[in-house]
Design a protein around this ligand. Structure first.
Ligand code: UDP
Length: 321
């Protein structure tokens, strides 16, 4: 298939672009490089460096079999301080994309959604049928886009799949996480191990969990990418399917830091800090639906392995590779 990957110069988008190429697809990346990196685009893949809003009509007029839409603003804290940036940047842009897909007859869409659509869960593991009550603007914008996709699929025959990610981690060779503003636990802990940060703040140790720190479901970015490869193949006209992507088991913040200590051999000083607003105690996915309907199975579930891949990436970057 000829596929457009928006946000393909970012962390998840670049790994997906690489795996789609390996699966034999022709891939074009559209990215404005506001947070992505040109050198993260896989070799041999054309990069269109532009804002989706400015060029999507002329790009899709070339004729594509599908779009994988990753381009988005994704900082939870920023989304609360500057909601307009997220409502226009995420929802406005997605609507523009949907309209252009309709205008040019682009049949398939895979959308990068998030566990933040669910907010504080009543039950874990979280099923796709759980109530959607996002606790931040970021999650609200992703949920709004999911609703728009449902409507476009039903009314116009779009074949759509939304994938709701839990905690994406790890790296794929030279494709890894490098955000100007880093907020995610594993890259922050590895910054301490590599000497670019003094210590880790653990946000709260009085949650109702086994060691008092929050539990999250960490999924390897390559497993996540492979679900996208399956999803674009499985997308069915007129249907909008939604799947959670996680490993189905959780690790506490303290367990993650301990795994990073073991992998890196660094002591990694960590202090307890106040809770971070909006952090649920436990977020673990049920990915049974993706397993059953997409035939997807995460292969890289070992936490130490996930950390090792992220660590190799961090080290290669800090050595200027
Ligand atoms: N966390 C932490 N210290 C940090 C960053 C994150 O204790 O410097 C905790 C955070 O409170 C959450 C978990 O690590 O419980 C994962 O946070 P992250 O931001 O990586 O992902 P989220 O679950 O918010 O999507």
């Amino acid at each position: 298939m000829k596929l457009l990957v928006t946000g393909g110069a970012g962390y998840v988008g670049s790994v997906c672009a690489a795996r789609l190429v390996e699966a034999g697809h022709e891939v074009v990346v559209l990215d404005d490089l506001s947070t992505g990196h040109a050198d993260a685009v896989p070799d041999g893949v054309r990069l269109i460096e532009a804002d989706i809003n400015d060029v999507i009509d002329e790009v899709l007029a070339e004729g594509y079999d599908g779009v994988l839409h990753f381009a988005a603003k994704s900082l939870v804290g920023e989304s609360m301080e500057d909601p307009a940036k997220y409502w226009h940047g995420n929802v406005g842009t997605a609507l523009k994309l949907l309209d252009a897909m309709l205008a040019h007859g682009t049949p398939r869409l895979v959308f990068s959604s998030t566990a933040a659509c669910y907010g504080e869960p009543d039950e874990v593991p979280i099923l796709e049928t759980a109530p959607t009550r996002p606790t931040n603007t970021y999650g609200a914008t992703k949920l709004a886009i999911d609703h728009a996709i449902t409507g476009y699929a039903a009314a116009h025959g779009l074949a759509a799949v939304s994938l709701r990610y839990f905690n994406v981690a790890g790296a794929y060779g030279r494709f890894g996480e490098r955000h100007a503003t880093e907020t995610h636990l594993i890259p922050i802990v590895l910054q301490v191990a590599s000497g670019t940060r003094a210590k880790v703040a653990m946000y709260g140790d009085d949650y109702p969990t086994e060691d008092g720190t929050c539990v999250r479901d960490y999924i390897h970015v390559v497993d996540l990418a492979d679900a996208h490869v399956k999803a674009i193949g499985a997308a069915t006209a007129g249907e909008h399917r939604i799947y959670n992507l996680g490993n189905g088991f959780g690790f506490t913040v303290k367990q993650v830091i301990e795994a990073c200590r073991e992998v890196t051999g660094h002591e990694i000083p960590a202090d307890v800090a106040p809770r971070r607003a909006g952090d649920p105690a436990v977020l673990v996915a049920s990915s049974e639906k993706a397993r059953t309907e997409l035939g997807w199975k995460p292969e890289r579930v070992d936490l130490a392995g996930i950390v090792r891949d992220a660590w190799e990436f961090t080290r290669s970057r800090s050595q200027g590779a």
